[in-house]
Design a binder for this molecule. Structure first.
Ligand code: SF4
Length: 372
C-alpha cells in the first residue's frame, strides 16, 4: 500500500466506524478498569454473551478497589458461565496490583506488568483509555491486515506475524488511536468476516489487495489446525434426601489450574463409548464416595462441549442414596445452594438437567434447577 494512501484509508475507516459501529456498553467509557474488564471478558467470548456479564460485573465491582477487596469465590461466581476462569483470577489479581501501586498504570510497560495483561490487552487499554498510539493485534486485525496486504505468509508467526504488526502500527491513526483500533476490530467482526466478507459494503475496498485479486477469503494464510482431542467422562449426580432437604454430592476443586476454586461433581474417565461401562464406572465412583447404599435413579442426556483443543463428552447418571456420610473432601450441598456456588458451565448444565429430572419425578426439589 502506498504511503500517500494512508490518510484516506484512516478517514474512510473512522467515518464508517462512527456511523456504523455497534453500540456496546464499553464504548461509552474511558475508565481503564472498565476497559480492562471488557477486554478480558471478550477474549475467546462473543460480544453478545459478554454484554450482560460486563454490566453485572461492573455493578458488583464498580472499581478496581472494590474488586480487589472482594473474596475470590464472589468474583468467580460473578464470572460463572463465561468460561476460561483464569481470566477472572487474572482480573482479580490485576485489581489488587493496581490498588497496591496506588493508581492505574498509564503506559504500555506498566500495563504489561499487570497479571493477565499481554501485548493485545495492554495496547487496547493504552489506546482507548489513554490515547496512546499502540496498535492492537487480535484475530480480527490479523484478518483485515492480511487481506489489505494480500499477505502470502503464515500470519500467525514469524515474518508474517511481524508484517501484520507493522501494518497495524503504520496504519494506526495517531489522532485517535483508540477509535482506530476499535474500528479495525469492528470491521473484522462485522464486514470482513472469515467466510463471505461483505466487500461491497466495505469502506476499505479501494485499499484492499485481496479484494482486487478477487479472493479475499484466501487470506489470512494460516497453518492447518491441530485435530481436537476427545475426552470422555462418566459423571455421577448423587442425590441424598427429597424435597426441600435434597442435597447433591460435590466438592471444591483443590488442584491448581483453570477451574481451581470451582465445585466439582464425581466423575470417572472413560476409554470408549460403552454406555454399560460408563454406568458401571459412575456407580463405582458414587459408591466409593457415598457408600454402598447408592442406587441408579436414571440416565441423563449426554452433554458435549469444547475447551481449547479438547472435545469433551460427559455421560451423566443420576443416583440416589438414603442418609450417607461422604468420603473426606466431599460434601452434601443443598440444591438451592448449589446454584450459588462457583460452578463451571458444563457442571451448571448437568445440575440444571438433574433439576429437570427431579421435577419430572415429582420431587419439588427440582425447582431449584430453574434458578441456575
Ligand atoms: Fe475485508 Fe473485503 Fe474490506 Fe478487503 S474489501 S478489508 S476483504 S471486507
Amino acid at each position: 500500500m502506498k504511503l500517500e494512501a494512508v490518510p484516506a484509508l484512516r478517514r474512510a475507516l473512522l467515518r464508517w466506524y462512527h456511523a456504523q459501529a455497534r453500540d456496546l456498553p464499553w464504548r461509552h467509557t474511558s475508565d481503564p478498569y472498565a476497559i480492562l474488564v471488557s477486554e478480558l471478558m471478550l477474549q475467546q467470548t462473543q460480544v453478545k454473551t459478554v454484554i450482560p456479564y460486563y454490566e453485572k460485573f461492573l455493578k458488583a465491582f464498580p472499581t478496581a478497589r472494590a474488586l480487589a477487596k472482594a473474596p475470590e469465590d464472589k468474583v468467580l461466581a460473578a464470572w460463572a458461565g463465561l468460561g476460561y476462569y483464569r481470566r477472572a483470577r487474572f482480573l482479580h489479581a490485576a485489581a489488587k496490583a493496581v490498588v497496591a501501586r496506588g493508581a492505574f498504570p498509564r503506559d504500555l510497560e506498566g500495563l504489561r506488568g499487570l497479571p493477565g495483561v499481554g501485548a493485545y490487552t495492554a495496547a487496547a487499554v493504552a489506546s482507548i483509555a489513554f490515547g496512546l498510539p499502540a496498535a492492537v493485534v487480535d484475530g480480527n486485525v490479523v484478518r483485515v491486515m492480511s487481506r489489505l496486504l494480500a499477505l502470502d505468509q503464515d500470519a500467525g508467526r514469524g515474518a508474517g506475524a511481524a508484517a501484520v504488526r507493522e501494518a497495524a502500527q503504520a496504519l494506526l491513526d495517531p489522532g485517535d488511536p483508540g477509535a482506530f483500533n476499535q474500528a479495525v476490530m469492528e470491521l473484522g467482526a462485522t464486514l470482513c468476516s472469515p467466510a463471505k466478507p461483505r466487500c461491497p459494503a466495505c469502506p476499505l475496498q479501494g485499499h484492499c489487495a485481496a479484494f482486487r485479486a478477487g479472493e479475499p477469503e484466501a487470506y489470512p494464510v494460516l497453518p492447518a489446525r491441530a485435530p481436537s482431542r476427545r475426552v470422555l467422562k462418566a459423571v455421577a449426580l448423587v442425590v441424598q434426601g427429597r424435597g426441600a432437604r435434597a442435597q447433591v454430592l460435590m466438592k471444591p476443586r483443590q488442584a491448581s489450574g483453570r477451574l481451581q476454586g470451582f465445585w466439582a461433581l464425581p466423575e470417572a474417565a472413560l476409554a470408549s463409548e460403552d454406555e454399560a461401562m460408563a454406568e458401571q464406572k459412575a456407580l463405582r465412583e458414587a459408591r466409593r464416595l457415598a457408600g454402598k447404599g447408592v442406587a441408579l435413579a436414571g440416565r441423563l442426556p449426554k452433554l458435549r462441549h469444547s475447551i481449547t483443543v479438547h472435545a469433551i463428552q460427559l455421560w451423566p447418571f443420576w443416583f440416589s442414596v438414603k442418609a450417607a456420610a461422604p468420603r473426606a473432601g466431599w460434601r452434601w450441598v443443598g440444591l438451592a445452594q448449589a446454584g450459588k456456588l462457583p460452578v463451571a458451565a458444563a457442571e451448571r448444565k448437568l445440575l440444571a438437567t438433574l433439576g429437570k429430572a427431579l421435577r419430572k419425578s415429582g420431587d419439588e426439589a427440582g425447582e431449584w434447577g430453574l434458578k441456575l
